[in-house]
Write a new protein. Structure first.
Lengths: 154, 265
């Protein structure tokens, strides 16, 4: 079994895992960080999005072994010193969630898109959310929250 | 997923050696198709050889009249590359239209063409731009590379190293994505360059990507959307599924070809 080591939310994590272990299983089951969700498990819904070396990826479609040596950030790693990340705060402020299941992936995707595209407009946000599905269909407020956060972070 | 042995070589030479030793290996690049396939237990390789960590496969170089792209280069990197945007904006736009942002952060050029999904985008760019595919063993012309649905000219243990895309004078890719999967129902890549005119179609054919000689001849005489507007593609040999009939796809081919020529200018 491969030994995988990575940094998760600033802390080093290492374990012997079966080669077939997905990154999301490693995060949830090995590290107990259950904020990252498994929705569809078929790379469609984006509930499992985390950052690997600064880029948003679907952790249900990556082996833990592929992330060996990588720097991972999950939803638990966003808030600093008890202060919500501006994107988290904007989702709360603008009611960017209903049932909340898709929220961790939506927020991780939003943080990544704001980093890549500081001058977001509504059309771009909707395009960039192509890989994240909200089954409550609460997209309107999600888009509003992301636009507000991107203005805040400029 | 079934169990497998996992290796992550640092060099191409090590990857070839591992492939040579393994019983029934699969090459893992970005994994955006292979991992879902493994999860559904549609494949049962003895060994998964991850080439995603091989630095010599991750590059973009503009040299002379072509752009060379390493096989492990991610779609997002191609889409954002200043060299690709400058010399081959149609290719950059195509890379930026694959899947979604998270998929583009992992998926690779080499993985896409080696898998040769009949609805993948990159095969249309390779065939539509007369690309040269360099492997660990030889150079394969795009015309010779794509052999059918999920089939290529690659032999066991042969690894795609890079793809050379010559600069087009004009080019564009237009796709009609399936609204759920984002895969191309029909995608048409048109180009004009030193190779003449090419029209390559993905998503439609049962045997994967193909060219349309009649449209190429018409566009060589008259590069305008009108030149292809009345060229009908037969529905024989086209995909028919719950998303659309073969006749519907045949109709879309002409529409997308027309829009692609208009977009190419």
């Amino acid at each position: 079994m491969p030994v995988v080591s990575m940094t998760v939310n600033g802390k080093s994590a290492s374990a012997d895992v079966e080669a077939r272990t997905l990154l999301v299983q490693f995060i949830r089951e090995q590290l107990g960080l259950t904020g990252t969700h498994v929705g569809c498990d078929t790379s469609q819904c984006g509930a499992c999005v985390v950052h690997v070396d600064g880029r948003a990826v679907k952790s249900c479609t990556m082996l833990a072994a592929q992330a060996d040596g990588a720097d991972i950030v999950t939803i638990e790693g966003l808030a600093k010193n008890g202060e919500l990340h501006p994107v988290q705060a904007a989702f709360r402020e603008h009611h960017g969630l209903q049932c909340g299941f898709c929220t961790p992936g939506m927020i991780m995707t939003a943080v990544d898109m704001i980093r890549r595209k500081p001058d977001l407009d509504e059309e771009t946000v909707r395009e960039e959310l192509e890989g994240n599905i909200c089954r409550c269909t609460g997209y309107h407020n999600i888009v509003k929250a992301i636009l507000a956060a991107s203005r805040e972070m400029r | 997923m079934y169990q497998f042995n996992y290796e992550r070589p640092k060099t191409l030479a090590d990857a070839e050696a591992l492939l040579g030793k393994a019983d029934d290996p699969k090459i893992l690049a970005g994994g955006q198709t292979l991992i879902p396939t493994l999860k559904q237990r549609l494949a049962m390789p003895s060994d998964v050889i991850d080439i995603g960590g091989i630095g010599e496969l991750d590059f973009i170089r503009a040299e002379g009249d072509a752009v060379m792209i390493g096989a492990a280069t991610r779609h997002a990197t191609v889409a954002q590359s200043a060299d690709v945007k400058k010399h081959n904006p149609a290719l950059a736009a195509l890379a930026g239209s694959i899947g979604d942002p998270a998929v583009r952060h992992m998926g690779t050029l080499g993985g896409s063409i080696a898998n040769n999904d009949p609805a993948a985008d990159y095969p249309a760019a390779c065939l539509g731009l007369d690309a040269k595919i360099h492997t660990t063993r030889r150079l394969i012309e795009a015309d010779e590379f794509f052999k059918g649905m999920f089939e290529t000219a690659l032999q066991d243990g042969e690894i795609v190293k890079e793809v050379t895309f010559p600069h087009p004078e004009k080019a564009a890719y237009m796709k009609f994505p399936n609204p759920a999967s984002r895969y191309a129902m029909v995608g048409v890549f048109v180009s004009r360059g030193p190779w003449g005119v090419r029209v390559a179609v993905t998503g439609a054919g049962q045997n994967g990507v193909f060219r349309i000689a009649e449209m190429e001849e018409a566009l060589a005489k008259n590069w305008s959307p009108d030149a292809v507007a009345n060229i009908k593609v037969p529905a024989t040999g086209l995909n028919s599924d719950l998303h659309g009939t073969a006749e519907y796809r045949a109709h879309l081919v002409t529409v997308m070809a027309k829009r692609a020529v208009a977009a190419a200018g």
